[in-house]
Design a protein around this ligand. Structure first.
Ligand code: DSN
Length: 421
């Protein structure tokens, strides 16, 4: 008897797509993933993401919805919200943003009018598109003022940031980065924001897992609002979240819904609740510390092999390598490394002389490798492979040999959420 269409597996209904999923599973299992914004969600997080909660519409918030049938969804959203508040010590939380960009946009929508001044870190210096970069809606609808890192140290320069804030009197100051390898001093940002009477927003998308585990200082005591994605170091589903002081709850909630979004993605909210419970465990604290230890070990091993690191090292999950002295563009290096089973992304470095689509650097991060249980010895092996490949990017025999060695190493470190088939 043939099964009803709705009961068949992907393999039965869509073998072409199923093959692609299996192949991607293998790619993720056989390679060393160094993209610092990626991770392996746990089997439990994936299970919630694939649950029937995807079937439900729930515009509104728990207790105030525009659809009936919310008896269980309300409980799911409250669980996620309460776990977020407890984990980060926040007064209030909104777990509905679809991802980090909508979370940031909702915050701006709550507090800014078009043309108001927004101050954030310039994208080529490590900021994010939504911190006011010119091609983003946030750079087009608002008067965006962009701070950079110090021309020599390549670290945040609080004297320059303060001077810029005094000059432009922004309504919002954003701290946070996508390519900054050092601790961010949130108290220093808060002090500047207070002085110019700006709202202080911290975007901790990259580091929220480190903050949750206490291995990076938290902005929660200092910031009016904290935004984050949920799928990077926090290791949850793809999504976003906003933490805030209670006094901002109404404005932010109204900005997320009905201001910017429709129905929340309940399957994602449930998966976030799972991830937040995982992040509250001692095991996660050990994991987060190991991310940082691995990053430092990889940075040291790369430096020993002549790689020039922006700021000279790393105190978080991320390393930015300037390949100028190796005479190889970031894109050529990233593509050769990808062929060798080492997956990273090319990236601008501060004051880059090359173009963003063909920049001087590569960006590395240790969250995914650490999720597989890799430690300092594997970081040293990785640095050795990277040095070999970057020295001879066109050598196909070399990249094939390294890809095979990487795959062999990966077999000993199963990736969370990927079944061994
Ligand atoms: N796309 C993310 C990253 O790779 O850093 C930022 O949102």
């Amino acid at each position: 008897m043939t099964k009803n269409l709705g009961l068949r597996t992907i393999a039965e209904t869509d073998p072409e797509l199923w093959e692609l999923i299996l192949a991607e599973e293998q790619r993720q299992a056989r390679t060393m993933r160094l993209i610092p914004s990626e991770n392996y969600a746990s089997a439990a997080v994936l299970e919630a993401t694939g649950s029937v909660l995807t079937n439900k519409y729930s515009e509104g918030y728990p207790g105030r919805r525009y659809y009936e049938g919310q008896q269980l969804i309300d409980q799911v959203e409250k669980l996620a919200r309460n776990r977020a508040k407890a984990l980060f010590g926040a007064e209030a939380a909104n777990v509905q943003p679809y991802s980090g960009s909508p979370a940031n946009l909702a915050v701006y929508f709550a507090f800014l009018d078009p043309g108001d001044t927004l101050m954030g870190m310039a994208l080529p210096h490590g900021g994010h598109l939504t911190h006011g970069w010119n091609v983003s809606i946030t750079g087009k609808y608002y008067n965006a003022v962009q701070y950079t890192v110090h021309p020599e140290t390549h670290r945040l320069d609080f004297d320059a940031i303060r001077a810029l804030a005094r000059e432009h009197r922004p309504k919002i100051i954003v701290a946070g980065a996508t390519a900054y390898p050092r601790i961010i001093d949130f108290a220093a940002f808060a002090d500047i924001a207070r002085e110019v009477e700006a709202l202080f927003v911290a975007d901790i998308a990259h580091i929220s897992g480190l903050v949750a585990a206490g291995v990076h200082p938290s902005p929660v005591p200092h910031a009016d609002v904290v935004t984050t994605t949920t799928h990077k170091t926090l290791r949850g589903p793809r999504g976003g979240m906003i933490l805030m002081k209670k006094k901002h709850r109404k404005a932010i909630n109204n900005a997320v819904f009905p201001g910017l979004q429709g129905g929340p993605h309940n399957h994602t909210t449930a998966a976030l609740a799972v991830a937040l419970a995982e992040a509250a465990t001692d095991e996660f604290k050990v994991y987060a510390q190991q991310i940082v230890d691995n990053s430092k070990a990889l940075a040291e091993a790369l430096s020993e092999r002549g790689f020039e690191l922006v700021t000279g090292g790393s105190d978080n999950h991320l390393i930015l390598v300037d390949l100028t002295s190796k005479n190889i563009p970031g894109k050529v290096a990233a593509q050769a490394l990808d062929r060798a089973g080492i997956v990273c992304n090319y990236n601008t470095v501060p004051f880059d002389k090359r173009k963003p689509f063909d920049p001087s650097g590569i960006r590395l991060g240790t969250p995914s490798l650490t999720s597989r249980g890799m430690k300092q010895p594997e970081m040293v092996k990785l640095a050795q492979w990277m040095a070999e490949v970057v020295a001879k990017p066109e050598d196909e025999a070399l990249t094939t040999r390294v890809a095979n060695e990487v795959a062999e190493l990966c077999k000993g470190f199963p990736a969370p959420g990927i079944p061994i088939r």
